[in-house]
Design a protein around this ligand. Structure first.
Ligand code: NAP
Length: 487
């Protein structure tokens, strides 16, 4: 019998997994997608200013570079179009079952039973969870939230039919999303009131459009694209960042902070505003915000920055903690996501009915972010402890795929029913990871979505070089084969 594969999610990682499975000669592949379109985060997000702050040529699949990017940092809708084109170019669309949310996934001895929301069941030997991280919108815990009478939209549920012309817009939140939104709306001349709870370190980055001539050159000379992807300056900046994160007091982290502080001091002339925008935690503790123009926007007379906190939302605006009433026509929530869900709320059951919810009771964990003991042939992409930061998550997923493919091949070669990391291997990995995470810059004393509910950073706490090395090949001695003929 041929090998069967289920992929959950038709975003960046799910599309990648399907293409790579086909390339490896597998044909029996089904992708379940709960929405009616592919794209994941790039489908969900459509807020003003949406851009990817990773250079566009780096934020593409290595096997499908794109000479047509309009700018060094691509706008969100263009990235969505890129994935739509990839899905057609690689004939992935026929594999996708849209509007099909997987509700239950249950290991049944040598395969999984997959049940969708409409009650339909199917089976697959291998399951790849490509469900994303920044998926479930988080709303702020502010009194009166539902009393606002105007349009109120989360950044990932943006309603483009709302006309913002002449409107006074309140933005709550100043992560990468809130800063992009406030910058775009502010520079476009909208009246913006930006509610910030903790100021952000802002890293100035180059930003420029590609001309028709540039695009023609990229088409004719693909090596020019590779030169951008492998630009030593870019690689060096990523390496400096990712090797420095392991130690919150490293010179690399200090250099980043000095650079961001100089950016603030040179860009913001009003001492009062500068004070408001000065963070009180280490740079890169939260994801660094990359922007060439945020400080320009923040200094526009049409942009107000409020840092005293929100007392409550009222029907016509927001009352801040100083008692000031801000009249608003539109309220935008750039308040992030529930980043600890991963595949949940899908019910996932492994060997002997073990429930993933119980395994993850204390914190979400997976061996090298990919495999969970007692859940054979269940592989996660961008799962718990996967690297996150200011680099390409496509590169992360592509490297994870190499590792997952090796696990699949080992299972097939051994004529086993399944493969999963051993309990001991995950426990030892987590012990090392948590100790390193506590020392990393992410654990140096700030709030962020990088922290789990116990306050421990959930992300990869070592340098990216260590991640690259780890993904080259699994340590098979840390895995258990289930039902292997050879055993
Ligand atoms: P986020 O980084 O989690 O930021 C949420 C923001 O909401 C924070 O500023 C937070 O303040 C604020 N907030 C939450 N509750 C609040 C409340 N009750 N009152 C006031 N403020 C409140 O979310 P995000 O900006 O959507 O970004 C999430 C991730 O998406 C990023 O880290 C990044 O990985 C990705 N992203 C990437 C890009 C890109 O260009 N590549 C662009 C956008 C997003 P505190 O900091 O005080 O908690």
């Amino acid at each position: 019998m041929g090998h069967t594969f289920t992929i959950i999610g038709a975003g960046m990682s799910g599309i990648l997994a399907a293409i790579k499975l086909r390339e490896a000669g597998f044909e029996d592949i089904t992708i379940y997608e709960k929405a009616d379109r592919i794209g994941g985060t790039w489908r969900d997000n459509n807020y003003p200013g949406l851009t990817c702050d990773v250079p566009a040529h780096c934020y593409t699949y290595a096997f499908a570079r794109n000479p047509d990017w309009s700018a060094y940092h691509a706008p969100g809708p263009e990235i969505q179009d890129y994935f739509e084109k990839i899905v057609d170019d690689y004939d992935v669309r026929p594999l996708i079952r849209f509007n099909s949310e997987v509700k239950r996934l249950e290991w049944d001895g040598d395969h999984y039973i997959i049940e969708t929301a409409d009650g339909e069941c199917s089976e697959a030997q291998f399951v790849i969870a490509a469900t994303g991280v920044l998926h479930y919108p988080k709303w702020p815990d502010v009194p009166g939230l539902n009393s606002f009478s105007g349009p109120a939209m989360h950044s990932a549920r943006w309603d483009t039919s709302v006309d913002l012309t002449g409107k006074r817009i309140g933005i709550i939140g100043n992560g990468s999303t809130g800063i992009q939104m406030a910058t775009r709306l502010g520079l476009d001349g909208h009246d913006v009131v930006h509610f910030q709870r903790s100021p952000q370190w802002i890293m100035p980055v180059p930003t420029f459009a590609y001309s028709d001539e540039d695009r023609a050159r990229f088409r004719e000379n693909p090596e020019e694209i590779e030169a951008i992807v492998t630009d030593p300056e870019f690689i060096d900046s990523v390496n400096r960042f990712t090797t420095g994160i392991a130690d919150a007091n490293s010179p690399e982290m200090q250099a980043i902070e000095d650079y961001c502080r100089a950016n603030l001091e040179q860009s913001v002339t009003d001492p009062e505003l500068r004070q408001k925008l000065t963070p009180t935690y280490k740079a890169a503790c939260k994801r660094l915000v990359y922007s060439a123009t945020y400080y320009e926007a923040a200094q526009k007379p049409n942009v107000q920055t409020i840092v005293c906190g929100i007392d409550k939302v009222v029907p016509d605006g927001v009352i801040d903690k100083d008692g000031k009433h801000h009249h608003l026509d539109v309220l935008a929530f750039a308040t992030g996501f529930h980043t600890d869900r991963f595949i949940r709320p899908t019910l996932v059951k492994g060997v002997d009915g073990i429930d993933l919810e119980d395994v993850w009771e204390e914190r979400c964990k997976a061996y090298y972010a990919i495999s969970i003991p007692s859940f054979p042939n269940f592989f996660m992409m961008n799962g718990p402890s996967s690297p996150v930061g200011n680099f390409s998550l496509i590169d992360v997923a592509e490297r994870q795929w190499v590792y997952i493919k090796a696990l699949i091949e080992e299972t097939i070669k051994s004529e086993a029913d399944g493969i999963a990391a051993s309990e001991g291997a995950l426990a030892a990995f987590e012990e090392k990871r948590i100790a390193a995470a506590r020392n990393s810059v992410f654990g140096s004393g700030c709030t962020s979505w990088y922290l789990d509910k116990t306050g421990v950073p959930i992300s990869w706490p070592w340098g990216y070089d260590k991640f690259i090395e780890a993904m080259q090949e699994p340590r098979f001695e840390d895995y258990e084969l289930i039902g292997a003929k050879a055993a």
